[in-house]
Design a protein. Structure first.
Lengths: 580, 271, 520
C-alpha cells in the first residue's frame, strides 16, 4: 500500500577527485603562466616531471563572486595560486561562525539544560525539520556536481570586516598545507571569473624541492609569517634577545617527513599488519652525527633504539617537543668525549619540524641558558636490556614514564592513538560495564550516545571508539560545508548537524572509527528520506560536550573513575592517570 | 599517592572520625529521653543523602560534581548510616512485626550495598584478565552466531563425520543453546569447559587430518562460547545486585514513612 | 590456552543504545531491524523498504522502485506498491534497566498494599504495628473489663490516643505530637521523666500516682514502667531510682531531705548510707529487761520441755505470711520457763500475768487459791493454814509478800530462789521488777509499764524472713552478744551486702527492698 513518506530536498554529494579535469591543454596553459613558466623543467627528475606534477597534483577551481574558497579554521593540505580574478581575505574580525557553517559557540542555557530531563522519550536520532546548509546570509548552489557555499551580502561583509584583496599570481595557504595547521583566514572570491589553482601538498613539496625560486619564496614567507613568533614562544629561546633570535630564525631549516594522507594509508597498512617502525621514514638515525636539534612543530615522531633485529620504541614525541638537545649540549660542554645521537627519530604519519643547526646552538643558544636548564651529560647506553629509561641515560621528554609499559607504548604508537588530545581511555580493571557513561552521553545529546564503549585494548587499557579530538584531525580535511570544525584553537572537533550533508568525507577519513553515520528520524521515529526515498544521513561523533556545563559527561558519570579523556600527545597525562 | 588509595585513606579517616564521634555522642547522650527520635532523624538524613545519589545519576547533564565523588560519599555514608542504624536500635534486636520488617529491609539494603561494592571491585579485574571484551546486550547475538557456526561445523551439509555430529548432539548442543554455568563462572570454576574440551580431545585419536582441523575449530568455538558465558555471568552479577539494592530502598522509604508516623503518633513522649 | 581471549567481532558502524528502553526482539539472533521498537515497546517493523513510484516523463502509470538502503532487492516491489519482503514482527524486549524499574515499582506497590491491608484491618493492625509484646496485666479479658469500667477505649486505644484509628488518625496524632516532629530543639532538650499524654491514660485506672514522698516530682509512669517489653512489665532498674537519688542536684531541688535521706545513692553495695538505727542511733527503749546472751548461751538456762535448748525460734516465730515475726507473747514464749511461782512448796500456784491489779487481787485471795488446791476437803483448812504459815515464814506479812513480788529485782541471793523449785527446770522469779519496770503508786497496785515491742524497725524497706530461711538467725542478728534490751539487734548494711552485692551474687537492686509507690 503506497503512502507518503517524509521527503526533503537533498543536496548532491561533493565530488572530490583531484585533477579529474586536468587536461593537457590546461597543463600547457599553466606551464605558460608564472611562476611555472620560470621554472626550469630539466631540474625536475624524470620520475616526477613538472608537467606530471601539474597534471596530477593540481587542479583548477572556478569560483563566482562571493563563493567561499577557504574557511578559517579548516584543515587542508593544499596551497592555492590565484590564476585569474580577485579574492578577498577576511582579516578582522573573522566571519561569524554561522556563515562558515559552524555551530554557534557557547553553552546551553538554563532552560535547555533542564529540558534535557525530557530527553528520554525522544526517538533515536530525531532531527527537527530544518533546511540544511542555509544560515542567514549564506546561500548554497549546485555547480554541476559540486556544492558551493556563497556569501549573500558581500557589501555588508566588507562593511563589517576588514579585508585585503589578492590578485592573480599570489599564493596563499602554503603554510597551512606544509605545516598541517588550521587555515588562518577565510578567503572568498571577489569576481565572477576567479580561477584558483589548488596544489596538493605532495605537489607543493616537490615543486619546492626542485625549484629554487619557489623554495626561496616559500622559505621567506614562512620565516616572515610564522617562524619568528613560534621561536619566540619556544622556552628554549627564552633568554635570547631580538638580534639573536633573528639570527636563529635565519639559520633554522624546516622540513616535512612522512605522508600527509597517512590515515587512509595507515588503515590499509594496519590491516595488512605492516605498520612497523623499521618502515617509517627516518628523520634522525641512531649513531648519526648531531648536526642540529629537532623541534617538532606538527605531527608526531617515534623515538626508538636498536634492539635485537629491530627497533624498540621508547617513546613518541609530539608538537612542541625537542629531540637531540642532550647530545648537543653534552658535546658542547665536554669537548673531549663527543657522542652521537643516542636514539633514532622516525616520522609517524607525517611530521613537520624545524632543525636548528648545531653551530647556532653552540654559538648563541646554549651559552644563553642558565646552568640549571642545561640537560645533564649523556651516558652512552651500554646495557640495552635495562628497560628502565633512566639507567640508559635518557632524559625527559624522551624517557618513557614507568607506569606505561613497553607493550602499551607499542599499542598506542601502532594504532596512532597518541594523536588524541582527549582520547577516551577505559581502565578495564575498574570498569563495571554499567554503561553510565554511554547513558550520560545520550542524556546530553538528545538521547543519542555519541561513542561506543568498545575498542582496541591492551592489557587493562581499552581505547574506546570515541572521537579523540586529534592534534592532527584528518577528519577535518575535505568537508564541503564547514560543518566539521574546531571550537577553538586546537580545541574540540565538532560536527554541526545543521550544515552536515552526509557526504561521508570525515567518516571515511577517520582512522579510529570515531565518526558514525546515522540516519535521522522524525518525531515519530520514522526515517527521514529524500525525494528518491533514500534516508538522510548525518555524520556524528563525540563533541567533548562543548555545549554542556561541566565538561565531558562521560568522565563525570563514571562512578569508579574508570574512564578518562586523556591527552595522549605526551605520555605524562596517561602515566599519571595510570598510577591509579 | 595514587588516586584510589587517597580516596580510601580520606574516606576511612572520615568514617573512623565519624564513628568515634557518633559512639561518643551515644555514650554521652544515650540517656536522653528522646535519644531514639534524634538518632532517628539523623538516620533519615543519612538515608536521604544516600538516596539522592540515584537522582544524581539521572541528571548527568547538570554540573553536580563527578559521579566518582558521589559514589565515594555514598559508600562511606552508607557504612556510617549502618552504624547510625545500630545506634538508633540501641544495639538491640527489635520486636514486633512492623519493626522487624523495617529492620530487615534496612539490613538487606545495606548488605546488598556491601555485596555490590565487593562485586564492583573484584569482578572487573577478572573480566579484564579473561579478555574477550563484549558488550552485554550483544552477548545474545554473539552466542547465536557461535551456535550457528558450531552447528554448521558439526552438523552441516558438508560434515560427514558422524561421531563429531553425535558428540555435538549429545554434549555441545545444550552448551551452545543458551547462556550456561552462571554460578560456576561466578565461582571462577573452569570445570565445565575443561570437561567439554577434554571430551573433544578424546575424539582426536579417532579423527582424520581434516577432522582434526574441524575439532580444533570446534574447540576454538567452545572457548569463545565459554568466554562469552563468563562475561555474561559476571556482567549480569554486576547488574543484578542493584535489583535488590534499589527496589528495596524505596520499599524501605515507604516503611520508614509509616515508622515516623507511628513513633510520633504513639509515643508517650517520655522516652 | 594462555593470554586473554580476543574480543568477539564488533559492529563499529552503529551505536549501542543502552539509553533506549526496548530492543528489537530479533536482536538475539543478530538481526535487529533498522527501525527498532518505539518508546512504548511496540514493534514498528513493516517491510524492508518503502517503494517509490517513479514516473518518467510521458508515462501515466509509473513503476515502483525498491528503495532498500544498501542495494535494492531482486524481486522488487509488488504491483500495488507494497514491499515484497515484509519483516516479521518481533516482540520487543525490555532492557534490564526496565525490569529493575518495574521491580522498584512492584516493591513500592507491594509495600503500600501490605501497609494498607494491615493498617486498614483493626485486628491485624494492632498486632502488626505493636513494637513488642504487651504485659499480661495490660492485656486480656481482665484488662478489657477494667478499661470499660474506667471509660477507656478497648485495645491499643486504652492507652494510645491513636490506638484505634486507621492511617488517617495515626497521621493526625503524629502531627499533633508533643514535642512536634520537627521540633528538634525541644526533642533534644526535653527533660527525662516528664509526664506525657500517655500518663493520663495510666491515671484512669491508677488514679493517684502515690509517689513515695510528697516532695517527689511528678514523673511519667513510662519512665520506670516500660510497656511492650514482653509478658511482664519491664522491671524497674536502679537507673530509674538513681535518676533522682543519684543526683545531688535533684535531691536538693526536691528539698526536705535530711540526714541520710539526702545522700546520693547509686548502688546498694557502694554508697547506700548505713541504716539509721545504727547511725543515729536508735536504742530500743523497751522497758522489759531482757538479756539475749543469757537466754541463748548460758548453761544455767533450763531446757525447754522436750529437752531442747532454748533457741531463737522458740520465741520468735514467723507470722502467717512468713515475712515477719509474730510479737513475743508472755503466755506462749516466757511462761514456759518464767512460770511466776512464788511458793516453792506449791509449784502449781502461779501468778497471773498481764495486770498488776490481777496480781494484787490474786495475792489477796491466796487462801482461796490454796483452798482450791486442797485435795482432801476435810484437811483443806489445815492445808491452807499450813501453806499460809509457810509463806509468812518465808516472806513475812501479806504486804511483804506483795511488795516482794512486785518490786524485787534481785538477781543474787536467796531472794532469787523465790520461785525456784528444787529440781525443777524453771527460771528464777525474784519479782515482777526482775523483768519489768515497776513504779509504786499512791494507792492500789503499782504501775507496771507495758513493754513496747515495735512492729517494724525499718519502715522504708521491706524484708521477708521466709526468703532468708536458709540462713541462721545469728548470721544477721547478733543476739548472742547482746546483754541489754537497748541493743537493737538488727543487722547493719554491711551484713546485708555480704550477699546483696555484685560479689555476693544476690540481687541488690533498689526495688528488692524499697518500693516507690506509697501504700495507700
Amino acid at each position: 500500500m503506497p503512502f507518503a513518506p517524509t521527503m526533503l530536498e537533498r543536496p548532491q554529494r561533493w565530488d572530490a577527485a583531484f585533477g579529474a579535469e586536468m587536461t593537457d591543454a590546461t597543463v600547457a596553459r599553466l606551464l605558460a603562466t608564472a611562476p611555472f613558466s620560470q621554472m626550469a623543467a630539466e631540474k625536475f627528475p624524470k620520475r616526477t616531471p613538472l608537467c606530471e606534477i601539474l597534471g596530477n597534483d593540481t587542479r583548477v577551481l572556478r569560483f563566482r563572486k562571493g563563493e567561499i574558497m577557504v574557511r578559517q579554521g579548516d584543515y587542508g593540505t593544499s596551497a592555492f595560486l590565484i590564476l585569474n580574478g580577485t579574492a578577498r581575505v577576511v582579516l578582522k574580525p573573522d566571519l561569524a561562525p554561522a556563515l562558515l557553517g559552524r555551530q554557534a559557540p557557547g553553552k546551553k542555557g538554563v532552560f535547555r539544560t533542564l529540558a534535557q530531563l525530557w530527553n528520554g522519550s525522544r526517538p533515536a536520532e530525531y532531527l527537527a525539520r530544518q533546511k540544511p546548509g542555509q544560515a542567514a546570509g549564506l546561500g548554497a548552489r549546485q555547480d554541476a556536481d559540486k556544492v558551493r557555499v556563497f556569501l549573500q551580502d558581500i557589501p555588508r561583509v566588507l562593511d563589517h570586516h576588514r579585508t585585503a584583496e589578492m590578485f592573480a599570481g599570489e599564493f596563499f595557504g602554503e603554510i597551512a598545507a606544509l605545516s598541517r595547521m588550521a587555515r588562518t583566514s577565510t578567503i572568498f572570491a571577489d569576481s565572477d571569473d576567479t580561477e584558483l589553482l589548488e596544489i596538493r601538498w605532495q605537489g607543493l613539496r616537490d615543486l619546492m624541492k626542485y625549484d629554487d625560486a619557489l623554495r626561496a619564496h616559500i622559505n621567506r614567507i614562512y620565516r616572515e609569517r610564522a617562524l619568528a613568533s613560534y621561536l619566540r614562544a619556544t622556552p628554549l629561546f627564552q633568554h635570547l634577545d631580538k638580534a639573536q633570535l633573528d639570527r636563529v630564525a635565519e639559520a633554522v631549516e624546516f622540513a616535512t617527513y612522512g605522508d600527509y594522507d597517512w590515515s587512509g594509508e595507515y588503515k590499509r597498512l594496519a590491516q595488512s599488519g605492516s605498520v612497523r617502525p623499521e618502515k617509517e621514514p627516518v628523520i634522525v638515525g641512531e649513531g648519526d652525527y648531531p648536526n642540529g636539534i629537532v623541534l617538532l612543530r606538527a605531527g608526531f615522531a617515534r623515538v626508538s633504539q636498536k634492539f635485537g633485529g629491530g627497533e624498540r620504541t621508547l617513546n613518541y614525541i609530539g608538537a612542541g617537543q625537542i629531540f637531540g638537545l642532550e647530545e648537543i649540549a653534552h658535546n658542547w660542554r665536554t669537548k673531549g668525549s663527543a657522542v652521537s645521537f643516542q636514539f633514532s627519530l622516525r616520522a609517524i604519519g607525517y611530521t613537520h619540524l624545524l632543525i636548528v643547526p648545531t653551530q647556532v646552538m653552540e654559538e648563541i643558544v646554549l651559552p644563553s641558558l642558565p646552568k640549571n636548564e642545561l640537560p645533564p651529560p649523556v651516558q652512552p647506553a651500554a646495557d640495552h636490556f635495562d628497560s628502565a629509561p633512566s639507567a640508559s641515560g635518557s632524559q625527559p621528554p624522551v624517557a618513557r614514564p614507568e607506569s606505561v609499559g613497553a607493550e602499551m607504548l607499542e599499542f598506542l604508537t601502532e594504532n596512532r592513538f597518541f594523536n588524541g588530545t582527549a582520547t577516551m581511555v577505559i581502565d578495564l580493571d575498574r570498569c563495571t560495564r554499567c554503561d553510565d557513561c554511554v547513558r550520560a552521553c545520550a542524556a546530553t545529546h538528545d538521547n543519542n550516545p555519541r561513542f561506543l564503549r568498545h575498542g582496541p585494548s591492551a592489557g587493562r587499557l581499552m581505547i574506546a571508539n570515541a572521537c579523540m579530538h586529534c592534534a592532527d584531525p584528518v577528519c577535518m580535511i575535505g568537508c564541503p560545508t564547514g560543518a566539521i570544525h574546531r571550537e577553538s584553537f586546537a580545541g574540540q572537533v565538532v560536527i554541526n548537524p545543521e550544515t552536515c550533508i552526509g557526504c561521508k568525507a570525515c567518516f571515511t577519513n577517520c582512522p579510529y572509527d570515531a565518526i558514525r553515520m546515522v540516519e535521522v528520524r522524525d518525531a515519530k521515529g520514522e526515517f527521514l528520506v529524500d525525494q528518491e526515498m533514500r534516508p538522510i544521513a548525518k555524520a556524528t561523533k563525540c563533541d567533548l560536550c562543548v555545549e554542556n556545563h561541566g565538561g565531558p559527561a562521560c568522565e563525570r558519570a563514571c562512578p569508579h573513575g574508570a574512564l578518562g579523556r586523556i591527552n595522549l600527545n605526551h605520555l605524562d597525562a596517561l602515566s599519571k592517570w595510570l598510577k591509579l | 599517592m595514587n588516586r584510589f588509595r587517597r580516596q580510601f585513606a580520606f574516606g576511612m579517616l572520615a568514617l573512623v572520625a565519624a564513628t568515634v564521634g557518633a559512639l561518643w555522642l551515644h555514650q554521652k547522650f544515650g540517656a536522653l529521653p528522646n535519644h531514639a527520635f534524634l538518632t532517628g532523624w539523623a538516620l533519615l538524613a543519612g538515608m536521604f543523602g544516600l538516596t539522592i545519589y540515584n537522582a544524581r545519576k539521572k541528571l548527568p547533564f547538570l554540573p553536580l560534581g563527578s559521579s566518582e565523588t558521589w559514589l565515594q560519599v555514598h559508600i562511606y555514608l552508607g557504612f556510617f548510616t549502618t552504624l547510625l542504624f545500630l545506634i538508633h536500635l540501641n544495639f538491640r534486636v527489635p520486636h514486633g512485626w512492623f519493626e522487624i520488617t523495617l529492620a530487615w529491609l534496612f539490613g538487606l539494603v545495606s548488605g546488598s550495598g556491601m555485596v555490590g561494592l565487593f562485586f564492583s571491585r573484584v569482578l572487573p579485574r577478572r573480566l579484564a584478565t579473561r579478555g574477550g571484551e563484549v558488550i552485554f546486550e550483544k552477548i545474545a547475538a554473539q552466542r547465536h552466531g557461535l551456535q550457528i557456526a558450531a552447528e554448521n561445523l558439526a552438523l552441516g551439509t558438508e560434515a560427514k563425520s558422524l561421531f563429531i555430529a553425535e558428540f555435538y548432539a549429545q554434549r555441545l548442543a545444550a552448551f551452545f543453546s543458551g547462556p550456561k554455568h552462571f554460578w560456576l563462572h561466578l565461582a571462577e570454576s573452569r570445570r565445565p569447559v575443561s570437561t567439554l574440551l577434554a571430551g573433544l580431545e578424546e575424539l582426536r585419536r579417532f579423527a582424520s587430518e581434516g577432522e582434526r582441523d574441524k575439532l580444533d575449530r570446534l574447540a576454538a568455538l567452545i572457548r569463545q562460547k565459554d568466554g562469552l558465558d563468563y562475561h555474561r555471568a559476571l556482567q549480569l552479577a554486576l547488574r543484578l545486585w542493584l535489583f535488590v539494592h534499589i527496589p528495596l530502598t524505596y520499599g524501605l522509604l515507604v516503611f520508614t514513612g509509616l515508622h515516623i508516623v507511628l513513633v510520633f503518633g504513639f509515643s508517650g513522649g517520655a522516652r | 590456552m594462555s593470554g586473554p581471549l580476543p574480543a568477539p567481532e564488533f559492529d563499529a558502524q552503529n551505536y549501542a543504545r543502552p539509553n533506549q528502553n526496548w530492543t528489537c526482539g530479533h536482536a538475539g539472533e543478530g538481526k535487529a531491524c533498522r527501525l527498532g521498537p518505539d518508546a512504548k515497546g511496540r514493534c514498528r517493523a513493516t517491510a524492508e523498504c518503502k517503494p517509490a513510484l517513479e514516473t518518467k516523463p510521458g508515462e501515466t502509470k509509473g513503476r515502483w522502485r525498491c528503495t532498500r538502503p544498501g542495494e535494492a532487492c531482486e524481486s522488487g516491489p509488488l504491483p500495488d506498491g507494497s514491499c515484497g519482503r515484509p519483516i516479521a514482527r518481533c516482540s520487543p524486549e525490555p532492557t534490564l534497566r526496565v525490569w529493575r524499574g518495574r521491580a522498584t515499582l512492584a516493591v513500592i506497590a507491594v509495600s503500600f498494599g501490605l501497609l494498607l491491608v494491615t493498617l486498614g484491618n483493626p485486628p491485624w493492625r494492632n498486632r502488626f504495628i505493636s513494637p513488642g509484646e504487651l504485659s499480661k496485666v495490660h492485656s486480656g479479658d481482665a484488662f478489657a473489663m477494667l478499661a470499660t469500667t474506667n471509660h477507656l477505649s478497648q485495645g491499643c486505644g486504652a492507652c494510645h490516643v491513636a490506638g484505634n484509628s486507621g492511617p488517617n488518625g495515626m497521621v493526625t496524632a503524629a502531627l499533633r505530637a508533643e514535642p512536634g516532629m520537627l521540633e528538634l530543639v525541644k526533642l533534644a532538650t526535653a527533660r527525662p521523666a516528664e509526664p506525657t499524654v500517655i500518663d493520663e491514660s495510666c491515671l484512669k485506672c491508677h488514679p493517684t500516682r502515690n509517689f513515695h514522698q510528697p516532695n517527689a516530682p511528678a514523673m511519667s509512669c513510662a519512665f520506670c514502667h516500660a510497656e511492650h517489653q514482653g509478658a511482664g512489665l519491664a522491671a524497674t532498674t536502679d537507673a530509674n531510682c538513681n535518676f533522682c537519688h543519684g543526683s545531688a542536684g535533684k535531691l536538693a531541688a526536691a528539698g526536705g531531705f535530711q540526714g541520710s535521706a539526702a545522700a546520693v545513692i547509686h548502688h546498694f553495695a557502694d554508697d547506700h548510707p548505713q541504716f539509721r538505727f545504727i547511725t543515729e542511733p536508735w536504742p530500743d527503749r523497751d522497758t522489759l529487761k531482757f538479756n539475749h546472751e543469757l537466754h541463748l548461751t548460758r548453761a544455767t538456762i533450763p531446757k525447754l520441755p522436750g529437752g531442747t535448748r532454748l533457741d531463737c525460734t522458740f520465741c520468735h516465730q514467723p507470722d502467717a505470711a512468713g515475712a515477719f515475726m509474730k510479737p513475743v507473747v508472755f503466755e506462749k514464749n516466757c511462761r514456759v520457763c518464767h512460770a511466776l511461782q512464788f511458793d516453792p512448796e506449791t509449784p502449781q500456784l502461779t501468778l497471773p500475768h498481764g495486770s498488776a491489779d490481777f496480781v494484787s487481787a490474786f495475792l489477796r485471795s491466796l487462801p482461796k487459791q490454796y483452798l482450791n488446791l486442797a485435795t482432801n476437803p476435810a484437811a483443806a483448812d489445815a492445808f491452807v493454814s499450813q501453806k499460809l504459815a509457810a509463806l509468812r515464814t518465808q516472806f513475812g506479812s501479806g504486804e511483804d509478800l506483795e511488795r516482794r513480788i512486785f518490786f524485787s529485782s534481785a538477781t543474787l541471793g536467796p531472794e532469787t530462789q523465790m520461785g525456784t523449785l528444787k529440781g525443777a527446770t524453771r527460771a528464777i522469779f525474784p519479782g515482777c521488777a526482775y523483768c519489768h519496770e515497776v513504779k509504786p503508786t499512791a494507792a492500789g497496785a503499782p504501775q507496771i509499764f507495758r513493754p513496747v515491742l515495735p512492729e517494724r524497725w525499718l519502715t522504708r524497706a521491706k524484708f521477708n524472713h521466709a526468703k532468708h530461711a536458709g540462713m541462721a538467725c545469728t548470721q544477721c542478728h547478733d543476739a548472742v552478744h547482746s546483754q541489754s534490751t537497748a541493743d537493737v539487734l538488727l543487722p547493719g548494711r554491711e551484713v546485708c551486702t555480704v550477699c546483696h552485692s555484685p560479689h555476693g551474687g544476690v540481687a541488690d537492686a533498689c526495688a528488692e527492698c524499697h518500693t516507690y509507690h506509697r501504700p495507700k
